[in-house]
Design a protein around this ligand. Sequence first.
Ligand code: SAM
Length: 309
Amino acid sequence: MEPLEYTNTQFVFVSQELYVIPSMRSLTAEEYVEAFKSFLDHSTEHQCMDEFNKKELPNIMSGLGNGKSTINVLGVGSGTGEQDLKMIRILQAAHPGVLIDNEIVEPNPQHVAAYKELVNQAPDLQNVSFSWHQLTSSEYEQQVKEKGAQKKFDFIHMIQMLYRVEDILNTIKFFHSCLNHHGKLLIIILSDSSGWATLWKKYRHCLPSTDSGHYITSNGIANILKRLGIEYCVYEFPSGWDITECFIEGDLVGGCMMDFLTGTKNFLGTAPPGLRRQLQEALCQPECSSKKDGRIIFSNNLSMIVVDS
Ligand SMILES: C[S@@+](CC[C@H](N)C(=O)[O-])C[C@H]1O[C@@H](n2cnc3c(N)ncnc32)[C@H](O)[C@@H]1O
């Protein structure tokens, strides 16, 4: 008996019984927050950034501010702020006693609330002022342009967020124009050596159309910077994501990981079986992941792109 297929809902026959499979849909902002948390818990994403912070950032930070008494920082797509605060502490260490004016552009209200809570609990940020703009980067850009007077920043960062902006080239162009003389823009993005890059280039047919972000990696950003005629330098750091649970039937954590990977709510429960199988096979390819102590580690290598003003 042939399964029937409709646009929004799938009907399948299993052992002569008719089942209705709910249609595939993208993650809502709240669901994305949950899936992202699960990703962070099982990956070395933040540890990889810590390595960059330890090895390269102090030197980059020491050149900022030009001897001024206040250093202006702008975080774009800062999420819940853990990375921001780590970077601010490095900036404080590089410039003892200097005031840090930190602005944040973050559209997700849950992330903004969590960031504020993190700041409230931090005892060591007396010389730092915080102001949050609960906006997308393009809404912020529009607001700045409407006001007419453009504030300049010594350090701007866009960490793992460019996948979600509408127009990447113009977003980079605008935020680059917000840099002070001798300022730096830090872009952290997936490396072309990551499993994500392979998945997006070679196995795109395994990803559902509900995955609505841009499949952009480091080389794509480098090409944009070249087109804009902007100087930059790239640092590569290894990172991994333990996706073993994705292959355990019925595992809740694995299901959540597949949702993050595909940007789809309940991917394992709603994707056609063929697509599920194809994606699971692609994830095991050596260009995507490696085996370590019986675990499957998806490559999540990151590129840290430091852009000059
Ligand atoms: C993957 S998280 C990264 C968060 C944080 N930078 C980190 O590395 O931990 C991406 C963040 O970008 C935010 N975001 C999504 N679309 C955005 C947009 N158009 N403009 C600014 N931020 C955006 C999300 O709400 C989310 O907090």
